[in-house]
Ligand binder design. Structure first.
Ligand SMILES: [Zn+2]
Length: 148
């Protein structure tokens, strides 16, 4: 393993132009290297040459922490986005349900008004019927009195 000039081109053991990869180990976080054109995929050869120089101790100290923070923030962002999607779904469903409830309420109010009109008509009819009954009863009493 040695450091080579970035503009060099290398052929891996497969005989193909090697590709640039990036290490994400704590010791070499973000440090690039030339590797097999197949990457870490099946059948790759073990060709390996560093592209970037060895990292200074300060970078070694700081970069892994920064990467962990970045990953943590990305995970939190993903969770927040999922929560946001769920909240949107709830808002949409709620507004649909609310709309239906409103329609049902309006229908109920319309029905109530119709029923009230019917009730008034029935009460008027009831009053007329009572008037007829009282009149007939009075007539009946009067007829008995005359007969007696
Ligand atoms: Zn190869």
């Amino acid at each position: 393993m040695s450091f080579h000039h970035p503009h060099s081109q290398y052929w891996c053991y497969c005989g193909k132009v090697s590709t640039v990869h990036c290490s994400w180990t704590d010791e070499n976080a973000g440090r690039r290297f030339y590797g097999c054109y197949k990457g870490r995929g099946p059948g790759h050869c073990n060709f390996f040459i560093w592209l970037d120089p060895k990292m200074c101790p300060r970078s070694l100290q700081i970069i892994p922490g920064l990467i962990r923070n970045k990953n943590k923030i990305e995970r939190e962002l993903k969770l927040t986005q999922e929560k946001q999607r769920r909240l949107w779904a709830i808002v949409v469903v709620s507004s649909i349900l609310l709309n239906r409830a409103n329609k049902a309420l309006k229908l109920n109010q319309a029905n109530k008004k119709e029923l009230e009109v019917e009730m008034k008509a029935l009460r008027a009819t009831e009053k007329k019927l009572w008037a007829v009954i009282i009149l007939m009863f009075s007539f009946f009493v009067y007829a008995i009195m005359i007969a007696g």
